[in-house]
Design a protein around this ligand. Structure first.
Ligand SMILES: Nc1ncnc2c1ncn2[C@@H]1O[C@H](COP(=O)(O)OP(=O)(O)OP(=O)(O)O)[C@@H](O)[C@H]1O
Ligand SMILES: [Mg+2]
Length: 313
């Protein structure tokens, strides 16, 4: 059917004026399809948040094409921008909860944007979403009475309650422990696969890379595939190792390690390799898995299922 929910082509972006003007994004192009989960990785300052805010209609497009939910955002009117924003659930690291409102009121606030919903329906949906993220018993608490992870879950519930077609998440697991981080991304994964929601997620957290259908890498404002990025950094590492070996420093370094330090070095290297293997395997099975999951979810077809498996805090 229709076009991909996110299509960007030849996007350049600049910050600053005059002599201080600096290019941040260089000719960035990408297409993200419905139900696809794409993770954006890359070093700090590479332009990930800038790209996310352009796609989220939170920043003016300066150069290039950004089409989101069928709307062209370059030079878009306030009405178009508003329409696009309504279709997006935002999850940012600083959760921006309103401090005077309880968890359930924070989620309800987001739903008032959808003026077609009755107050009863808004309340019902807010409660359902908070239960889905395991916050049923905490929904009447104020943000200051909740932990960082709980606040992050409220932000996730708020983003999902409006039943967005796109979720934009900037480091959503940054303030979460391992299990809560895993729960949060599983929730987004289930939504993507059951309801065709498109997820674009920025992360530095290697532990969640395996939920992605595709990983893209943004470095110095330029986009590359994850494989290309891994190949480049592996090449760099091999060059360094080759130089070290020539000088005999690598052997010297290893000899100088205690048994514990050597074991730790091996553990780290093994964990990294396992992670890359998981991602590689995942990419291989990706198309088959997606097809199977989508047809399964059509048979089951409900929001309810992802309320299971959510561990309460
Ligand atoms: N409003 C702004 N004005 C000027 N420069 C900015 C602005 N926002 C970001 N930058 C600069 O643009 C570059 C990209 O920033 P961005 O926040 O997109 O990076 P990032 O990849 O999200 O980094 P991180 O992983 O640290 O969050 C950085 O050099 C940053 O200093
Ligand atoms: Mg950022």
């Amino acid at each position: 059917m229709g076009a991909a929910p996110i299509e960007i082509e030849g996007v350049n972006h600049f910050f600053g004026e005059g002599a201080l003007k600096r290019q941040i994004l260089f000719d960035v192009s990408a297409e993200i399809r419905a139900g696809e989960i794409v993770i954006v990785t890359g070093p700090s300052g590479g332009g990930k948040t800038t790209l996310l805010t352009l796609i989220g209609a939170l920043r003016h497009v300066q150069d290039g094409q950004v089409r989101v939910l069928g709307e062209d955002l370059h030079g878009a009117s306030a009405r178009v921008v508003g329409r696009v924003r309504k279709g997006i659930g935002y999850i940012f690291q600083a959760h921006n909860l309103l401090t005077a409102l309880t968890a359930v009121q924070n989620v309800q606030m987001a739903l008032y944007l959808h003026s077609d919903l009755s107050r009863t329906e808004i309340r019902r949906r807010a409660v359902e979403m908070l239960e889905a993220v395991g916050l049923g018993p905490h929904m009447d608490k104020l943000p200051k009475q909740m932990s960082g992870g709980q606040k992050q879950r409220v932000a996730i519930a708020r983003a999902l309650a409006g039943r967005p077609r796109i979720i934009l998440a900037d480091e959503p697991t940054a303030s979460l422990d391992k299990q809560s981080g895993r729960d949060a991304v599983t929730l987004m994964h289930d939504l993507a696969k059951q309801q065709g929601v498109t997820v674009l997620l920025v992360t530095h957290d290697n532990r969640i890379l395996d939920v992605a259908d595709r990983i893209i890498h943004l470095e110095d404002g330029r986009l590359s595939s994850f494989t290309a990025a891994v190949a480049a950094s592996t090449q760099h590492m091999m060059d360094m190792l080759a130089q070290h070996t020539r000088k005999g420093e690598l052997a010297g370094h290893v000899h100088g390690l205690s048994v514990e330090q050597f074991a730790e070095l091996l553990r780290e290297a093994t964990a990294e390799c396992e992670q890359f293997l998981r991602v590689a395997r995942k990419r291989k099975n990706q198309q088959r898995e997606t097809k199977r999951t989508v047809s399964r979810s059509f048979r089951r077809g409900s929001t309810k299922r992802f309320t299971q498996n959510r561990g309460a805090l």
